[in-house]
Design a protein around this ligand. Structure first.
Ligand code: MN
Length: 492
C-alpha cells in the first residue's frame, strides 16, 4: 500500500512539480488511520479504495486539493472522522470537497425510468457539487466501485450499474473525460445486460481481430512515410469501447451489421501542432483515398459541443479495407481523455504563457477563484453555441432552481422561497397535514423558513395533529400546498 502511494506521489510530482506533497502525505496518513482494520466486502483493506481513487485523479492530472480530498473522501462517512477536524487540519477548501462528495454520494436514482428525472439528477449533481472537482472525485470513486462491483448481489449490481450508465457516464462525457466514460459504460453494460454483453463479445471478436490487423499494416506504412517527411508523430491504435459499439449497432443505418462499423480499431496520430495535423491529413490522403460520403470530419475547425477536437477520416486502407484515422495534437488528445481535468492542468501550466485572447476565449482558466462551473460554461460557450450543448447543460438556468432533498436523498424541484410546508406537501399530503416542525441540516427552523437549493430537510410530524393551520396560507408558495390546506378547511 505504501509503495502504491509512493508511486502515486511520484506520478503527481512529475506532472505538477508544485504539488503540495506534504498535504497529500498527511491525507494519506489520516486515511490510513481512519480506515485501519476496515475491510471492503471483497476482503481487501479499505485503504485500497481511497488509494485507487487518488490514482485515477492523478491519472487525470488533477491538483493537490483534489488528490488530498480523494484520499479523504470516505473518512467522514466510513472512518468516523468529523468534517470539523478535516477543516482544522486541511482547511476549508478540502472540507468542502469532502463534504460535497459525501452529499452527492447520498443521492440515489430511485426506481423511476423517467428521463426528465434522470436528467435532473445529473444536473443536480453538478449544481450541488458547487465545485466541479467534487464531480471528478465522485467519478473516480464510482469508477473504482464499478471495478469491484462483482462482490455484490445481482440486485445491487444492477441498481448501481443503471445509475452509472444513466447518470455518471453521461456526466463524465459532458465533462469530457473520455477514459472514464468508456470504462464506466463498459462495466455497467456487462452487469446490466449480461446476455447482450456476452453475445456482442462473441460476434465482435473476429471483427476486432481483423480490424486490428488492417490498422497495424496501415500504421506501419504511414510511419515509414512520416519518418521520410521528418514529421514527428506518435501513432497508436485504439479499440472501440464495447458499449459504444453496442449503441452504434442499434443505429438505423447500421442495421445491426458489424461489417458497417469502420472504427472498431481506429488509428490515432498525435502531433505537436495543428499545422502538423493538416500535414498528416494530406499525407494520409496521398496514400489512402477517403471513403466517399463517410470521408473527413474536421472537429479541429469545428469542435464538438463538448469541446472535442480531432480530424477524423475514413480511408480505404491496406487491402482496400476501411480504416478510421484520427489526427490531433497531444494537447487535444489529453483534453479528450481527461477533459476539464486536463483543462485545469493546462491552465496552470500555461497561465504565464497564455495570451489574453486565449484567456478571454476561455481556453485557459484565468484564475482558480472563478467557480469551475462558470469556467466550464464560458469555455464551452465559446467553443460552441450548439443547441445540443445548451439544452443538455444549462448551468445558468439551474442556478435559479431550488432542489430540496429528503434525508433519504429523494429530490424535489421546488419554486423559489418554498417553505418546509411546501416541501412536506410535495412529499405527501399526510406529511403536510401533520407537519409540526422541520430540521434543515440538523437544525430546527420555522415552518415559514425559506429553503435553499441543496438543503437536506427533515419534516417532523405529530400523528395526533388534526390538520394544517390556516395561517400557513400566508407563506406557502406552491399551488399544491395551498390547495391541500384550503381543501382541509372546506371539509371542516
Ligand atoms: Mn468511496
Amino acid at each position: 500500500m505504501k509503495t502504491k502511494f509512493g508511486k502515486i506521489l511520484f506520478q503527481i510530482s512529475s506532472y505538477n512539480p508544485k504539488a503540495d506533497i506534504v498535504k497529500i502525505e498527511k491525507a494519506f496518513l489520516m486515511a490510513q488511520k481512519a480506515h485501519a482494520n476496515q475491510k471492503r466486502i471483497s476482503g481487501e483493506a479499505f485503504l485500497s479504495h481511497p488509494l485507487s481513487v487518488a490514482q485515477f485523479l492523478a491519472d487525470w492530472k488533477l491538483d493537490s486539493d483534489s488528490i488530498t480530498a480523494g484520499l479523504l473522501h470516505d473518512v467522514v462517512e466510513d472512518g468516523g472522522v468529523s468534517l470539523k477536524s478535516i477543516e482544522k487540519q486541511f482547511g476549508k477548501d478540502i472540507a468542502l470537497l469532502v463534504d460535497g462528495v459525501t452529499k452527492i454520494g447520498n443521492l440515489k436514482l430511485k426506481g423511476t425510468k423517467n428521463e426528465v428525472f434522470v436528467e435532473n439528477l445529473r444536473k443536480m449533481i453538478v449544481v450541488m457539487a458547487k465545485d466541479l472537482r467534487v464531480v471528478l472525485i465522485k467519478l473516480a470513486d464510482r469508477l473504482h466501485n464499478m471495478e469491484t462491483l462483482y462482490v455484490f448481489d445481482e440486485k445491487k449490481q444492477k441498481r448501481i450499474s443503471r445509475e452509472t450508465l444513466e447518470v455518471y457516464a453521461p456526466l463524465a462525457e459532458r465533462l469530457g473525460i473520455g477514459i472514464a466514460k468508456g470504462e464506466l459504460e463498459d462495466l455497467a453494460f456487462s452487469y446490466l445486460y449480461p446476455e447482450r454483453y456476452k453475445k456482442l463479445k462473441k460476434i465482435s471478436q473476429l471483427a476486432y481481430k481483423n480490424a486490428g490487423k488492417t490498422a497495424k499494416k496501415t500504421k506501419q506504412k504511414l510511419l515509414k512515410c512520416f519518418t521520410k517527411e521528418k514529421l514527428e508523430v506518435k501513432v497508436h491504435g485504439r479499440k472501440k469501447h464495447f458499449y459504444s459499439l453496442y449503441k452504434k449497432l442499434l443505429r438505423e443505418e447500421i442495421e445491426q451489421d458489424i461489417e458497417k462499423i469502420h472504427d472498431l480499431v481506429a488509428l490515432r496520430i498525435l502531433t505537436s501542432s495543428v499545422e502538423d495535423c493538416y500535414k498528416v491529413l494530406g499525407l494520409v490522403h496521398k496514400f489512402y483515398k477517403p471513403v466517399p460520403r463517410l470521408g473527413v470530419s474536421d472537429f479541429i475547425a469545428q469542435p464538438k459541443p463538448n469541446g472535442y477536437q480531432s480530424i477524423h477520416t475514413k480511408v480505404f486502407g491496406e487491402e482496400g479495407k476501411i480504416v478510421e484515422i484520427q489526427i490531433r495534437t497531444y494537447e487535444m488528445h489529453e483534453e479528450s481523455e481527461t477533459g476539464i481535468a486536463a483543462h485545469w492542468y493546462y491552465s496552470q501550466e500555461k497561465k504565464d504563457r497564455a495570451s489574453d485572447a486565449e484567456i478571454s476565449r476561455g481556453f485557459f482558466a484565468p484564475s482558480k477563484k472563478l467557480s469551475w462551473v462558470k469556467d466550464l460554461m464560458a469555455w464551452q460557450k465559446e467553443i460552441s453555441d450548439s443547441r445540443e450543448f445548451l439544452s443538455s447543460i444549462k448551468f445558468d438556468a439551474l442556478e435559479t432552481r431550488n432542489f430540496i432533498f429528503s434525508p433519504k436523498g429523494d429530490v424535489f424541484d421546488l419554486p423559489k422561497d418554498a417553505t418546509p410546508i411546501d416541501f412536506a406537501y410535495a412529499i405527501h399530503t399526510f406529511l403536510g397535514d401533520r407537519c409540526v416542525g422541520a430540521r434543515v441540516e440538523g437544525k430546527f427552523v420555522g415552518l415559514n423558513y425559506k429553503l435553499k437549493s441543496g438543503q437536506v430537510v427533515e419534516i417532523l410530524t405529530d400523528k395526533n395533529k388534526k390538520g394544517p393551520s390556516r395561517d400557513w396560507l400566508d407563506f406557502v408558495v406552491t399551488r399544491l400546498a395551498r390547495t391541500q390546506i384550503r381543501k382541509h378547511f372546506r371539509k371542516s
